[in-house]
Write a protein that binds this ligand. Structure first.
Ligand code: PMP
Length: 391
């Protein structure tokens, strides 16, 4: 159609480069095994860390909420769309996170965007790790604050940026708790120390640590014993929690401010009752079924060790995100296709998501996988690698 020519051309270029991706629909519920293109395969690409997407207690809570409150809320939170259950859940989250207050947004993405875009002005500065998530980058793009980027997990580089920032009123250091492509953990104790030295606030995006790290999955701040020293913790309800949404766990002052100024919070309809009820039940599951987190870590160790024994390079990961480094973009896609033929769904991650030459298959095991399934997946990796002469 006329007017779309430049977009069409860009898509053609992507096809030629091999970066154009089709969406791959699941024909079953999310789980350790899924059906794709009519084939039963082991799922190694979801963020469903604890297998909560089909947890019976959460499904039950969601069903009851629909029965009682219907399927939607009909308004944004600030007009007529705040249900009592939204507020009860936020109170429960704050207690769980050991913070004064918590505020739920529609997604983790909009949480980062909403917090960063609203709380800083041109008198302030934000200092961000170079590998932070896209939602942090976009949030920063929306502020009028000064912007500085420090080298990935490099506290000396962060200190340099803090030194250069003396003239700003509020200095905000922002980092992912767990980095989504390599699975490495931010050196939070050192980050907090240097931030305290320069009077800076610290914000952590714990999307991949919520439900994974810390006591009962409270995240990286709790994992490192830093409760009370990190000012803003962002978490997601869409990954280990298994549902949808994001939240910020912070002070009552910032919560009150975000209710008035956080644009994605203000201008987008609130979560349906089923979503909030399921998320609420998920926090109960985290508190009452910690064996799920133990199983996630046991499975992670088993699978990582298995891959390394086979001779794969699993990078620098310290978490259930286990990259299998391949290098070349096209070969990575071929390997992913071959794994699918062998009964495993494990997506390739290539440029521009990761730098050229660092293409990888990104795997995430969950608490739901059995040892037999993980062994089956390891055997598939071995066969696929042999077919493509990778090892
Ligand atoms: N932060 C990080 C580090 C993430 O990986 C993601 C999800 N890709 C998000 C934020 C966004 O979370 P959500 O999916 O809940 O929008």
């Amino acid at each position: 159609m006329k007017g779309f020519e430049h977009i069409q051309q860009e898509l053609e270029e992507m096809k030629q480069e091999g970066t154009f991706r089709e969406l791959i629909p699941l024909e079953s519920a999310q789980g350790s095994r899924v059906t794709i293109k009519g084939k039963d395969v082991i799922q190694l690409s979801s963020n469903n860390y604890l297998g909560l997407t089909s947890h019976p207690r959460m499904k039950d809570a969601a069903e009851k909420a629909i029965e009682t409150y219907g399927v939607g809320t009909g308004s944004v939170r600030t007009i007529a769309g705040t249900l009592k259950m939204h507020e009860d859940f936020e109170e429960k989250l704050a207690k769980f996170k050991h913070t004064e207050a918590a505020l739920v947004f529609q997604s983790g993405f909009t949480t980062n965007q909403g917090v960063l875009s609203s709380m800083l002005t041109n008198q302030d500065v934000v200092i961000s790790d170079e590998l932070n998530h896209a939602s942090i980058i976009d949030g920063i793009r929306l502020t009028k604050a000064g912007r500085k980027i420090y080298k990935h997990v490099d506290v000396d580089s962060l200190e340099e940026k803090l030194k250069e920032s003396a003239e700003y009123r509020t200095k905000l250091v922002v980092t992912d708790g767990v980095f989504s492509m390599d699975g490495d953990i931010a050196p939070l104790p050192e980050i907090v120390e240097v931030a305290e030295k320069y009077g800076a606030l610290v914000m952590v995006d714990d999307a991949h640590a919520s439900g994974v790290l810390g006591e009962n999955g409270r995240g990286t701040v709790n994992h490192f014993g830093l409760d009370g020293r990190v000012h803003i913790q962002v978490g997601t309800l869409s990954k280990a929690v298994g549902v949808l949404g994001g939240y910020v766990a912070t002070t009552q002052v910032l919560k009150d401010y975000l209710i008035h100024k956080g644009r994605p919070f203000l201008f987008s309809t609130s979560h349906p009752p089923a979503v909030t009820a399921a998320c609420d039940a998920a926090v109960t599951v985290l508190l009452e079924e910690p064996e799920l987190i133990d199983k996630l870590w046991e499975n992670t160790e088993f699978f990582k060790e298995g891959l390394e024994k086979l001779g794969f390079d699993t990078g620098i990961s310290k978490t259930p995100i286990t990259p299998v480094m391949i290098g070349d973009d096209a070969l990575t896609h071929k390997f992913s296709d071959e794994l699918f033929n062998e009964g495993v769904f494990a997506q390739g991650i290539v440029f521009p998501t990761v730098p050229k030459g660092k293409a990888r298959i990104r795997t995430i095991v969950t608490a739901e996988h059995s040892k037999e399934e993980l062994q089956e997946a390891l055997d598939a990796f071995q066969r696929a690698a042999k077919t493509l002469n990778i090892l």
